[in-house]
Design a protein around this ligand. Structure first.
Ligand SMILES: [Zn+2]
Length: 971
């Protein structure tokens, strides 16, 4: 038996847990542990896998029995202090001082979940501790003020005053109920599930929230927040002993509670149509009716049906060309049609929403929906398209780029979405076979059958019609005012006095500051707790067919993430503009084989991703030379690598630039979007301009995406008649010169067999290697004003560490954070009125102070000059550095997906940054002293004196800055 397994088994036994099962899940490379706490039956699941970010979630089955939103109010309340941590917002305090990568809470129709995550074991334990105390010993059970603040309370200031209602959740749900979507959702649930908890609105209906009493709220907590009915979920690689110890300690005070709260399955119902008014302010309400229909198509333990339904939603209504949507739009029956599914509940259902219909065409709409579905079921769907839709879905499932949510959190939710109903927690983690079965089902008519069974002949469905009303809002407001008036009138003057007193007490409670000793009780890290080193990203450098290949054998679930870098160090400045233009064309311009639309369809159907970008690399501290590169990012399932190779080749080598009208259109679009972009993000153009005066890398970046690129686009646009054909020819020539093996570096992320990589590498012609990189990109350093046609302002000032003979160190990141959140925040933002400001010091050596939407850009330039002095003041004070250091570490190391890790390793390779250098940066951040900061402050003084500055702004802003600028130009 292996050691790790043995350790887990011993830890479980030592801390009161019984292991029920331990399973290896081959599709995910993870081990799933299922345990329960011997004393009271609390369930614990751990998805043990090679992921350094550790996730914990406490989850409770919470089944509403009315529309008061009690579980939503409890979710908010539990975040307002607990027995061990009696401060008003423990969560905000933890965010400021910990290395957390996620903290939040969610209320669902049948459960409430409290997740946290961190990469650091001790930090993770601290967060788990705070969360366990919050859910098991919340202060809100003793402090009615918390219920009143988060839920609802009456507001009455005097005997004569007007009575009203307030509260965080009450207001939140009032906002939600202003949306017709919430009305549809709640009406459909009520109609489809009349016999179980799903008929109720878990968030709370504002009309019902004030019916909730404090006693009932506490009773619901006691009923559902007991460990016997709870799940404690863990995900990732962790030292499990201390985690089980912590959870075991928290659970040990609870006796078993027998209630299990099963949710009865809803048997099929087919209720009458629900008809409801909704509020609209619009004048013309002739075509404002909204129709919705819901079909219950399966159970939580049929994930294949979920996927099939999702594919059908996309097939039927995914675009204006999709058959069901097209039929309704073409006949003028609606302006928009959406088809989606509601899952993560015991009985998932599909929802069709038809928007902006005429009230008298309801029958015609339902007839059309039926006819189209019947035709598709009888004559068959487009199977090639279905195949492509399933491919994209499978790609997204495997890729797991979860849009800001840690993967561990998504895994915890997936486990809960089956085990909450008594199912297997692994069910939704391993969907690979389900995709296979769906593909096999295409030809056998599985999807046509699905339409018949679930949409045409389904006995479990309901319809909702929302008709517009201009008077409803006014009527509701009058009714509400009348209701409050009557309530107040029914009270005696003593009762009114009580309400006034209670409100005063609530305000006093809210204004009471946290006691210092309570704040100090929150667990915080010390520097000694932070590991000195972080794991390196694995990278093997080989050569295949003359191409340098960087392999990152990370787990990517069968997806290959490729980045081709083509070295362009021999290009002239003018050719860099051309390169930047080329980047916006490839993949979106016709090729030898495909029209623009055909190309889009192929790239979408075969690949998960096809993107291009232009990058500039240089070793740290290097100012004389740089390596501009054209990058092509392709992600595809491993079995689609052959198609990826062919399509990449087609785009890179066979793009046809001969359609001059198309070319000119793209040129104009790019020019317009850049002009708009400068107005929105002038700060980044100012810093590009400054960096261009400091290094070759800065110069090349400015040529690719700065103001000088805009100059080139304007010139080409104005001379397009004479030079258009020549431009097309030069683009073609640039492709021929650039996209060759001798210029390529190929980054591969994923566990891809060597022979497949060799095949990719040999797909391009050999070509010639570029000449050595040149240095003439660097521009002259200036103090420049760039006039824009809008009353906005952006200030920038900075330079390069090399100007002061300095090199990057981790202490600079700490200094930048201190100044950005301290001195600059107070001076430029709070006092100066800018919307944003920061100091950035990159490992490459660029130093830039910037301000964003700044009404006093000239004053900001002067404020930047004093940043060094303010840092010295801080050093002389007794200010502690620890929390700044910890949050600098957290900020410099965001969570990365496997693809992003591979990309970071490849970029480090291109810049000659080694793992040791990254570890050194980290150590330097951790050991930053006031002496280090003092040194950084002198460097900042020198940069401000020797460096450049740039203001992007309107007439008045530039005039105010006249003395500080040496030259001026129009955008
Ligand atoms: Zn909320």
């Amino acid at each position: 038996m292996d050691l790790k397994r043995q350790k887990t088994e011993q830890a479980a036994a030592a801390h009161g847990f019984v292991i029920d099962t331990r399973r290896e899940l081959p599709q995910t490379g993870a081990v799933l542990w299922q345990m329960h706490f011997a004393k009271n039956g609390a369930r614990l699941l751990w998805l043990e896998r090679g992921e350094e970010n550790k996730t914990f979630a406490a989850a409770f089955k919470t089944l509403p029995s009315d529309d008061t939103g009690v579980f939503h109010i409890l979710e908010h309340s539990l975040l307002c202090g607990s027995r061990k941590y009696p401060v008003s917002k423990p969560f905000v305090e933890m965010i400021k001082s910990s290395l957390q990568t996620f903290m939040n809470a969610f209320t669902f129709p049948d459960k409430t979940m409290y997740p946290v995550s961190s990469r650091n074991q001790k930090d993770f334990l601290n967060l788990v501790d705070v969360y366990l105390d919050a859910v098991l010993h919340p202060l809100c059970l003793e402090k009615e003020e918390i219920f009143r603040q988060e839920g609802w309370h009456y507001e009455l200031d005097s005997q004569e005053g007007e009575l009203s209602c307030n509260g965080v959740v009450y207001n939140e749900m009032k906002g939600m109920y202003a949306s017709p979507d919430t009305l549809i959702d709640s009406a459909l649930n009520r109609a489809l599930f009349p016999d179980n908890c799903y008929q109720f609105q878990s968030g709370g209906d504002p009309a019902c929230i004030p019916a909730l009493t404090y006693e009932e709220y506490k009773a619901q907590y006691r009923e559902y927040y007991h460990p016997s009915g709870a799940w404690f979920l863990l995900d990732g690689e962790m030292e499990i002993g201390p985690v089980l110890e912590k959870i075991g300690q928290a659970l040990s005070g609870f006796e078993p509670q027998q209630e299990d709260h099963p949710i009865p399955l809803q048997s099929p119902v087919h209720p009458d149509e629900t008809r409801l008014p909704y509020e609209t302010g619009e004048e013309d309400i002739a075509k404002k009716t909204i129709l919705a229909k819901g079909w219950v198509y399966g159970r939580y333990d049929e994930p294949e049906k979920d996927l099939a339904c999702q594919a059908l939603c996309e097939m039927l209504c995914g675009s204006n060309e999709a058959p069901l949507k097209k039929a309704l739009l073409e006949r003028g029956l609606a302006e928009n049609v959406e088809f989606s599914k509601v899952d993560g509940v015991q009985q998932p259902f599909a929802v069709l929403v038809v928007r902006n219909a005429a009230g008298d065409q309801e029958q015609e709409i339902w007839d059309t929906v039926r006819t189209v579905l019947e035709q598709l079921a009888a004559q068959g769907l487009d199977h090639r398209r279905l195949e492509a839709v399933i491919s994209r879905m499978e790609f997204r499932y495997r890729e797991k780029e979860t849009g800001g949510f840690p993967q561990g959190l998504v895994n915890c939710m997936k486990m809960l979405e089956s085990c909450l109903y008594g199912g297997d927690p692994a069910q939704n983690l391993c969907l690979g076979d389900a995709f296979l079965r769906l593909r096999e089902g295409i030809e056998g008519g599985y999807f046509e059958q699905f339409i018949r069974e679930n949409f045409l002949e389904n006995p479990h469905c309901a319809q909702v019609v929302l008709f517009p009303s201009r008077e409803l809002g006014e009527r509701k407001r009058k009714e509400e005012a009348e209701r409050f008036r009557r309530i107040k009138e029914s009270w005696s003057s003593q009762e009114r006095e009580q309400v006034i007193q209670k409100l005063a007490a609530l305000r006093a409670f809210q204004n009471r500051p946290d006691r210092p000793q309570d704040l100090a009780a929150l667990p915080v890290l010390s520097l000694a707790d932070i590991e000195e080193e972080t794991p390196d990203i694995p990278q093997q450098v080989t050569e295949e067919a003359g191409v340098r290949v960087l392999c990152h054998p990370l787990e990517t679930e069968g997806i290959a993430h490729l980045v081709w870098y083509f070295l362009a160090g021999d290009l002239t400045e003018e050719e860099l503009h051309l390169l930047s233009f080329l980047q916006t064309l490839l993949g979106q311009t016709r090729t030898a084989r495909f029209s623009v639309l055909e190309l889009a369809a192929s790239l979408e159907g075969e690949l998960g991703r096809f993107q291009t970008s232009v990058e500039v690399f240089a070793p740290r501290g290097e100012t004389a030379t740089c390596k501009p590169c054209f990058a092509v990012h392709v992600s595809a399932l491993e079995e689609k690598l052959e198609e990826a190779k062919e399509l990449t080749r087609e785009v890179l080598l066979d793009t046809d630039f001969g359609d001059l009208a198309y070319l000119r259109g793209r040129l104009r679009q790019l020019r317009l979007s850049l002009e708009q972009h400068v107005l929105m993000h002038g700060d980044s153009y100012a810093s590009l301009r400054i960096a261009a005066g400091c290094s070759a890398k800065g110069g090349a970046r400015e040529a690719l995406r700065g103001v000088s690129m805009l100059d080139w686009l304007r010139e080409m646009d104005s001379q397009f008649e004479e030079r258009g054909a020549e431009l097309a020819g030069r683009l073609k020539e640039l492709c021929r010169r650039l996209f060759v093996r001798r210029r390529a570096v190929l980054s591969v992320t994923g566990q891809i067999p060597g022979e497949k990589i060799a095949g990719l590498a040999s797909s391009l012609p050999e070509g010639e290697a570029p000449a050595e990189a040149a240095s003439w990109f660097r521009r002259r350093q200036v103090r420049e004003g760039i006039l824009v046609p809008a009353p906005v302002g952006f200030a920038g000032k900075g330079g390069h560490l090399a100007q002061c003979g300095a090199r990057y160190s981790g202490a600079m990141a700490v200094a930048a954070r201190i100044l950005s959140y301290g001195y600059l925040w107070n001076t430029v933002r709070v006092k100066g009125g800018a919307y944003g400001t920061r100091l950035a010091i990159t490992p490459g050596g660029d130093v830039a102070f910037t301000s964003f939407r700044d009404p006093s850009a000239a004053a900001s330039l002067a404020a930047f000059d004093k940043a060094g002095a303010s840092l010295r003041e801080l050093c002389a004070s007794g200010q502690e550095l620890t929390s700044y250091i910890i949050s600098t570490i957290a900020a410099t190391e965001p969570l990365l997906t496997a693809r992003q890790k591979g990309m970071q390793a490849a970029e480090d390779y291109m810049e000659q940054v080694t793992g040791q250098m990254r570890q050194r940066d980290r150590r330097q951040i951790l050991c930053t002293t006031k002496e280090d900061l003092e040194k950084v402050s002198r460097i900042l003084d020198e940069i401000c004196e020797k460096g450049g500055s740039c203001i992007v702004g309107g007439q008045e802003i530039l005039e105010a800055a006249d003395g500080a600028l040496s030259c001026r130009r129009d955008l």
